[in-house]
Design a protein around this ligand. Structure first.
Ligand code: AGP
Length: 372
């Protein structure tokens, strides 16, 4: 009903708008007064976390994209090798697992059969499994050794939005916690990242306030057949997520690429007026990647692409090559996906509406996929 949707036309719009709160709620109570992480709810003995020699993340769809981003944070902050795999592929290739493997199963619903079967397989091999889940008491957390809940609140729209942002928060907290327990990340560094994380909720709010032009752009592209998404580093999974949102909501051909792969094939797809969304890494810090992506934007634009550029405030280098420029607040490199994903959600939702599609219940899809 309209009341359930809180005055929004669709649950998806309501859930997009709830993201600042969802992010703040997922941080709540997990940081003590000194700025250290208190994840006592992660009921895996610290000795086990200290001895883990590998992290394996299994998930599907949007949760898989959260896992791809988590890999960057986990490896950077803990120096533990981390693999990310589609849950539906995992157990069929005889993966190498033992007591020293920490498996993280990410699932909004906690009922996804592919993810459940992957975690059962992991436990049978002796691995410890930690679930990151949004649904209290669902099957995946019940069958795991421990759970870190995301506090997004119920997500009704089939297309995942606020759950994704909270999955990222949970993954960052877990990565920092592993760093804290294993001593690879010191108290003052953790405090600094936690401070940055605490800013994200307000930054997402600011992004949401500036979405008018993104909606307008989406409406103007309603008759297109294809949209491509490019990203690099943590922006690559963001590109994949932007493409997935567009497939499921707008029923358009959408594909995400690592920008560095363009020259290895995908650039052949570029033609006159093809919309290409580019997620630009911050020009601060890893400026090498920034410069490389700016050249990619030049290359595709020279071949006629219509460039839709998502770039940090103050990034002037992209301005001459952007047909449409979407500004996001400056964040630390690893946290950028939390603000960069939001315009892509709004973009897909608006395109779906413009194409007359059912936003909350896209054709052929179910909110939780309980068959393998
Ligand atoms: C996201 O928009 C999708 N509807 C879908 O990919 C979803 O993320 C996937 O099925 C996993 O669901 P889960 O998080 O409930 O396990």
């Amino acid at each position: 009903s309209a009341a359930e949707k809180g005055g929004y036309d669709y649950f998806m719009l309501k859930e997009i708008a709830e993201q600042p709160k969802a992010v703040a709620d997922t941080l709540l109570g997990r940081i003590d007064a000194s700025g250290a992480l208190t994840l006592d709810e992660v009921r895996i003995p610290q000795s086990v976390l200290r001895e883990a020699d590998k992290v394996v993340i299994v998930a599907c769809g949007t949760a898989f994209h959260a896992g791809l981003i988590a890999k960057y944070a986990i490896e950077h902050w803990t120096r533990i090798p981390c693999e990310v795999e589609l849950a539906s592929e995992f157990r069929y290739r005889d993966p190498i697992l033992d007591q020293q493997t920490l498996v993280i199963a990410i699932s909004q619903s906690g009922e996804t059969m592919d993810t459940l079967m992957a975690l059962r397989h992991a436990r049978e091999q002796g691995a410890k499994v930690l679930a990151i889940c949004n649904t209290n008491g669902s099957t995946i957390p019940r069958e795991s050794d421990a759970v870190l809940y995301t506090h997004a609140g119920p997500e009704v729209a089939v297309a995942s939005t606020k759950a994704f942002l909270t999955q990222l928060v949970a993954c960052y907290l877990l990565a920092l916690y592993l760093g804290q327990v294993r001593g690879t990340k010191w108290a003052d560094e953790i405090r600094a990242v936690v401070r940055d994380l605490a800013q994200i909720s307000g930054q997402v709010d600011r992004v949401l306030e500036t979405m008018g032009p993104v909606r307008e752009l989406a409406r103007s592209l309603a008759d297109k057949n294809t949209v491509l998404f490019l990203g690099r580093h943590v922006g690559y999974p963001v590109a994949l997520e932007g493409a997935l949102k567009l497939k499921e909501l707008a029923y358009m051909h959408a594909e995400g690429f690592a920008a560095g792969e363009l020259k290895h094939g995908p650039i052949a797809l570029i033609e006159e007026d093809l919309p290409v969304v580019v997620v630009v890494p911050s020009p601060r810090g890893r400026s090498v990647l920034h410069d490389k992506i700016v050249s990619n934007i030049q290359e595709i634009r020279a071949r006629g692409a219509r460039t839709i550029v998502i770039a940090e405030e103050g990034d002037e280098a992209v301005v001459p090559y952007a047909d449409h420029l979407v500004r996001i607040p400056a964040t630390p490199v690893l946290l950028q996906p939390m603000v960069a994903t939001v315009p892509l959600q709004v973009f897909a939702c608006e395109l779906a509406t413009a194409r007359g599609n059912e936003v909350d219940q896209p054709r052929n899809l179910a909110k939780s996929v309980t068959v393998e």
